[in-house]
Write a protein of this length. Structure first.
Length: 412
């Protein structure tokens, strides 16, 4: 059997440093050399395809029968060792909504959407403001901080945990566990274990004492879905809602601090925060590439011959920058939201989840600009570094300075 790597002598390694340092130029070169679909290799020289074209990505995500989420179809499983580092992302027999297909997926998505749609937007904003103020109270007297490590990476999960039904006292421990798991270093497995144990304990409590929260609503509407399936979906929702939202906050503040187009917006506080957030979803989307889809039969895509069982990766950032749809990449996109940053098709991020993420990110940015109005970058923009990941695009740190201010405590 031929593979993407066999059919092209120069596939791109999907872990090289240019995915962090200069992905825009890299995608442009890949598009010029290979077209709208490029051969890539993952860790261990495992072959796959990366969809770079906007139209091609729309085609893949619009056809769940041909390009399915059923990872059992992958023709490379016999090459995957048990300790392959990407197994948490490209898993087999995972009982979560990510790998459920067909009518079962639609039913499962309806449970998730129903639970999130019932989140009160005013209550959500109130939680976000309260936790944002609490975090800023802890740093506002110093005159300097790392916005990513001391703020953006702490806020989303605190808000989500409260919305899901966790107590405020559990929030900091959940944040530590989630960030340990995402970092993938020492403590990653312990972090994953803490999250799972906390989620199952919360579910057990809500089965006895339901409340007005996401977990209780999902349990009430679960039908024949098992508690295990509900727990898996809740953990997927927490992870998907935390890290990309944290990066959305960090990437937006980076844009406002480094791009002259937003200098007036920064000085004006809340003015045009939404415009900057929208620009990030086009130009610096937190979710850069997504794994994945598997072809259910031999086909052609973007001029490439794709075999049955090939892994197809969704190049969200590359598609957003496709010159066929971004003819003037330097121009502001305004209110255009035709980006792929939340995916597309039946496996896209549910709309209620997008609304929750946007509310948390926007509130977090607005409160920070309210509280620290003269915030300024503490290092040259060229010194800002990205995390070493081709999947999620976020800063390792965003050091800033500001005039020290007193903590508000409960006065706000």
């Amino acid at each position: 059997m031929t593979t993407p790597a066999d059919r092209d002598p120069q596939p791109v390694y999907l872990g090289g440093p240019r995915f962090q340092t200069d992905p825009v130029a890299l995608y442009r070169e890949m598009r010029r050399e290979h077209g709208a679909v490029a051969p890539v290799v993952l860790d261990g020289d495992v072959p796959a395809w990366l969809v770079l074209g906007y139209r091609e990505l729309h085609q893949v995500t619009s056809d769940p029968q041909l390009f399915t989420r059923d990872s059992e179809l992958w023709n490379q499983w016999d090459r995957i060792p048990a300790d392959w580092p990407l197994l948490p992302m490209i898993g087999r027999k995972q009982p979560s909504i990510l790998y459920t297909v067909g009518e079962r997926h639609r039913e499962r998505a309806a449970v998730v959407c129903g639970a999130l749609e019932a989140v009160d937007p005013f209550e959500l904003k109130g939680h976000a403001e309260r936790f944002a103020d609490e975090l800023i109270d802890g740093l506002c007297g110093k005159g300097e901080c790392d916005i990513v490590g001391e703020y953006a990476m702490l806020l989303p999960l605190r808000v989500l945990a409260r919305t899901y039904g966790f107590s405020d006292e559990q929030g900091p421990g959940l944040v530590t566990a989630m960030n340990d798991m995402i970092n993938g270093r020492e403590g990653a497995l312990d972090g994953q274990r803490h999250l799972a144990e906390s989620m199952f304990a919360l579910i057990a409590d809500k089965l006895v004492r339901p409340g007005h929260d996401v977990v209780s609503r999902m349990l009430a509407a679960r039908g024949d879905f098992t508690v295990e399936e509900i727990a898996q979906d809740l953990m997927v929702m927490l992870a998907a809602g935390h890290q990309p939202t944290a990066d959305w906050i960090g990437n937006t503040l980076r844009l406002m601090l480094t791009d002259d187009r937003f200098a007036a917006s920064l000085a004006g506080g809340r003015h045009s925060v939404g415009e900057a957030m929208n620009e990030v979803l086009w130009e610096d989307t937190p979710t850069q590439n997504v794994a994945g889809r598997w072809t259910s039969r031999d086909t052609h895509l973007g001029g490439q011959r794709i075999n049955r069982g090939d892994l197809v990766l969704l190049g969200l950032a590359a598609a957003n920058a496709d010159p066929h749809v971004r003819t003037d990449a330097g121009a502001l996109t305004g209110g255009n939201n035709a980006f792929f940053s939340f995916g597309h098709g039946e496996h896209r991020c549910p709309f209620p989840a997008q609304e929750v993420a946007e509310a948390i990110a926007r509130t977090g940015i607005e409160v920070l600009l309210d509280r620290l109005p003269d915030v300024d970058l503490a290092v040259p923009a060229a010194d800002l570094a990205r995390r070493p990941s081709p999947w999620l695009r976020g800063l390792t740190a965003l050091p800033v300075t500001f005039t020290p201010t007193p903590a508000l405590g409960a006065s706000r």
